[in-house]
Design a protein around this ligand. Sequence first.
Ligand code: AMP
Ligand code: GLY
Length: 431
Amino acid sequence: MKVLVVGNGGREHAIAWKIRQSPLVSDLYVAKGNAGIWEIAKRVDVSPTDVQALADFAQREGIDFTVVGPEAPLVEGIVDEFESRGLKIFGPSKVASQLEGSKAFAKRFMEKYEIPTAQYSVFEDFDRAVRYVRDVGAPLVVKADGLAAGKGAVVCFSEDQALETLENFMKKGALGGAGRRVVIEEFLEGEEASYIVMVNGDRYAVLPTSQDHKRLLDGDRGPNTGGMGAYSPTPVIDEDTERRIREEIVERTLEGLKKEGIFFRGFLYAGLMITSDGPKVLEFNVRLGDPEAQPILMRVKGDFLQILLDFYEGKDVEIEEDPRWALDVVIASKGYPQSPEKGKIIEGLEEVKNLEDVVVFHAGTTLKDGKVITNGGRVLNVCAYGNTLKEAKEKAYEAVSRIRFEGMQYRKDIGDKAFKYLDRESSSRRS
Ligand code: AMP
Ligand code: GLY
């Protein structure tokens, strides 16, 4: 069958890599992809957000199944457009995508269905927002209502910082329309983790757990980014926490959607803070995480396309997990996340291809004169398997050390937050 993957990043490379392994695939297409994805899929020169042109292409080419990577086309209504033309596509409708597309919608939904999350207020009036900040004081979190590619949430440790953020979002239009309405949230303390499920109406199937590293620099310092690395599974989510996530978050969300009359089919990502009171939702996304999808899909066993098709058709599916760990180190360009450099030649990719247990997923890369060059902020995801997390980390960093481009930057501590949980587990097992 003919399959189309929509998107340009590391997540989409991982989706394409996994789908390519299925014997069901005759032709795999990607719109638009990157230098890595073009090695395994045919290049379609249409932007992921050009929904009409993508549907035209799918119709013309007779695409049997489409999988959407990023949020922007979902929020634009790509699924509604494809379905109106009788094309099969895995992802939520425009209405269902509001869970990610509008923070205010998501917060109201969580409040209504008693899904644990931070206390919040929504503001469209700048002066009211300012008064609220003066009343409650720091720390607090200011979030733009709309999509802002990871730049829409600012954790403010002082009142001044919160006021400045409000000014930037609401008055100066730093995020365009996305920041005209803001959500101001209680600051939650704890450990972050990502919990992603596939949803089809009232059925869901759980994907492996993972943990992202959102800040640019080691030790969780520096600005927020799209994500600088991830590993799977994460010991931050233990058995009891997972049960609570399923009952208090996933199942209540599915019930809530049903009561609202919103049909959801696609990936549902809960960005969580595991607090001393239990798991709380920081954000919902309506897609796989990037970089979480990379180690997650490395650990999903079996024919992922078959799993998706069965699930899409309404069958129950069980996701079997590879017992090994997988860890992803993101290599980014100089200047990321504010103003990344582009056009640098990347060396070492061929050498890394031959390493055992290592997979490299491309993100911001393209081709020029037959050479792979950088073309965005996050450039490569260097991933490895290991029988222990330590082994996965060592193998990934060994591979990273063989890759070179001018100005490359990456975190050296991906996975480190897990070690204290693992030490605790192994010492409690000994005692
Ligand atoms: P979001 O886009 O809502 O996921 O927020 C981006 C990042 O900001 C999260 O990954 C957290 O690191 C941080 N963050 C968001 N909301 C909160 C909160 N209520 N308390 C503490 N940190 C938060
Ligand atoms: N890695 C965070 C996200 O995909 O939203």
